[in-house]
Design a protein. Structure first.
Length: 200
């Protein structure tokens, strides 16, 4: 290495005095460039990770919203079906007798309620039901129907021989729990005297 020097005198002798060399930057240009690339890559990874998490959260919120809407819609449909069944029982004793069949299911109950009885249709049409020919919940699964006949009525009137209706959806998880668990269920009694006793 060459050192700039200054000449000094010491008596008869001349000596070389090394000049002070300015300190050099110890970070090479190439190292700085690599650091910039690494930082950019890390920032890109962070941006991608945040975007992925955001998409997951949004998807989850959309799924929860859709699930909640399906539950509400199924409850409304069950109320509509229950009201139609009750109205039909009150309308005519012969129709009441048809509803007392213990082998009712989503298809046969839909056929009874959607048919025109003396010009009266008890259940409003719905495209999904019309297409399937049976009662479906908001997830497209057939509703369950259970008819228990007779049951003992505990009202003060002393009426007996009431029919217990249970109509339910198997709920979001698709598992039939007999109207329990996350199943969505309506139940009510229809008396022979055409009085109705709801159960919640």
């Amino acid at each position: 290495m060459c050192w700039p020097a200054a000449v000094g005198s010491l008596g008869k002798h001349s000596v070389l005095i090394p000049a002070k060399v300015p300190s050099q930057n110890k970070t090479p240009t190439r190292t700085r460039a690599l650091s910039a690339v690494t930082l950019s890559f890390l920032l890109l990874c962070i941006v991608l990770a945040v975007g992925a998490v955001t998409r997951i959260v949004v998807h989850r919120l959309d799924a929860d919203h859709a699930q909640g809407h399906a539950i509400i819609q199924t409850k409304l449909d069950l109320d509509s079906i229950s009201s139609a069944t009750i109205s039909m029982a009150l309308f005519s004793p012969s129709l009441n007798a048809r509803l007392r069949a213990t082998n009712l299911d989503a298809r046969s109950l839909y056929q009874i309620l959607s048919s025109s009885n003396s010009g009266v249709r008890f259940l409003d049409s719905k495209r999904e039901w019309e297409r399937a020919g049976e009662l479906l919940d908001a997830w497209g699964r057939p509703l369950r129907v259970a008819v228990t006949l007779p049951i003992e009525n505990t009202n003060r009137s002393g009426w007996s021989g009431a029919v217990r209706f249970r109509i339910w959806s198997v709920g979001p998880d698709g598992k039939d729990e007999g109207g329990n668990g996350d199943d969505i269920c309506n139940s009510f009694d229809i008396m022979p005297e055409a009085s109705v006793s709801p159960h919640h």
